[in-house]
Design a binder for this molecule. Structure first.
Ligand SMILES: [Zn+2]
Length: 190
């Protein structure tokens, strides 16, 4: 990197920190941004700044939002009876793209981060009838499901989980759209 101007080297270093970008790709991207398409580069910089400054976590579901509440939580047309539990905010977008689910969401990244009282409040406020776990089958996720079933049993809810097409240990992000739709449609009682 010594042969590069310092600011170019810094750009390469920044890009290299992004997920799935190695040194070679980072250098190629830096060259593209700095020399080949300056307009796209400035627009990218602007969009990153806007997202970093304006996006926040929805106070209700833990999803990504522009406001205190996200567009899903504040949508009165959504089915409050169904609450879909996902492992991270990005997966809400994946499920939304499938167009298959019309209920609400709740993000549980880990049991350590879970605010059970907050979840109980939402379930009671929305009169939730069914909890749908949209998890990939990992040991950690299984224990979250067992824990919640146990803690929320007194609320008389139905617990289901998305079914076929989700292989063990694979994140929803790596599943094709059709498999997500099928998995939601053929969810099973647990
Ligand atoms: Zn929300």
């Amino acid at each position: 990197m010594k042969s590069y101007p310092e600011n170019f080297a810094k750009l390469v270093e920044s890009l290299e920190k992004l997920p799935s970008i190695g040194r070679k790709s980072a250098t190629r991207l830096a060259y593209f941004l700095a020399f080949e398409d300056k307009f796209s580069a400035l627009s990218l910089a602007h969009n990153i700044e806007c997202c970093v400054q304006q996006l926040r976590i929805c106070e209700e579901c833990g999803g990504i939002s522009n406001d205190f509440l996200c567009s899903i939580c504040s949508d009165n047309m959504r089915n409050n009876g169904e609450l879909c539990i996902v492992a991270n905010p990005r997966e809400i977008f994946l499920l939304e793209e499938s167009g298959e689910f019309l209920g609400k969401y709740f993000v549980i990244e880990s049991l350590e981060k879970l605010d059970l009282k907050h979840l109980e409040k939402i379930i009671q406020k929305n009169h939730t009838k069914e909890i749908i776990f949209a998890f990939s089958p990992t040991l950690g996720n299984e224990s979250v499901m067992l824990y919640l079933e146990d803690k929320l049993e007194y609320l008389g809810l139905q617990f289901t989980k998305i079914a076929q097409g989700i292989p063990t240990g694979v994140s929803l992000e790596n599943i094709d759209q059709l498999s997500i739709i099928r998995a939601l449609q053929s969810r099973v009682k647990i």
